[in-house]
Design a protein around this ligand. Structure first.
Ligand SMILES: [Fe+2]
Length: 155
């Protein structure tokens, strides 16, 4: 039988991790929009579409993550100010970037997120929240697959 989160302290611990993930997803979402709008070059159409597909997926992840936090009776971060304060990803502020530079930056971000997923999955295991552990494991697999695609486009 699946472990049940027994008390509020455990839920709060898990949601601290989930709120950092949520903040990171928001920064990633905004970055992908930025790249979708600003990419230039002979393969514009491919990149433009790829970034759109990717931010649409991240938008779903944002909602799933926030609702997982609500499921655990906690409050998701809900303002841009809070997202920027809690995110461990950096915003992209460079005015002119090549498509290749955009893909390199995304590779680094996805690698950062996958490392964080691994750490957080272990922490959820220690805490005994098997539901969130499974939630994060499923999401991590999608990020691993996307990282493969990003790297393949940039090699
Ligand atoms: Fe668009």
């Amino acid at each position: 039988m699946e472990h049940v989160i027994k008390n509020e302290t455990m839920q709060k611990k898990v949601c601290e991790l989930l709120n950092v993930l949520l903040a990171n997803e928001y920064v990633l979402y905004t970055k992908l929009r930025n790249f979708h709008w600003n990419v230039v070059g002979p393969h514009f159409q491919d990149y433009h579409k790829f970034f759109e597909e990717t931010y649409n997926k991240v938008e779903e992840d944002i909602d799933e993550t926030a609702e997982r936090i609500r499921t655990l009776n906690q409050r998701p971060l809900s303002s841009m100010k809070e997202f920027l304060e809690h995110s461990t990803l950096k915003e992209s502020t460079q005015a002119q970037m090549s498509a290749s530079d955009m893909l390199s930056e995304l590779s680094q971000d996805y690698e950062h997120l996958i490392i964080a997923f691994n750490e957080n999955i272990s922490k959820c295991d220690e805490i005994g929240d098997i539901g969130t552990e499974d939630f994060l494991t499923g999401m991590m697999q999608e990020y691993e697959k996307k990282l493969w695609m990003i790297k393949s486009m940039n090699s």
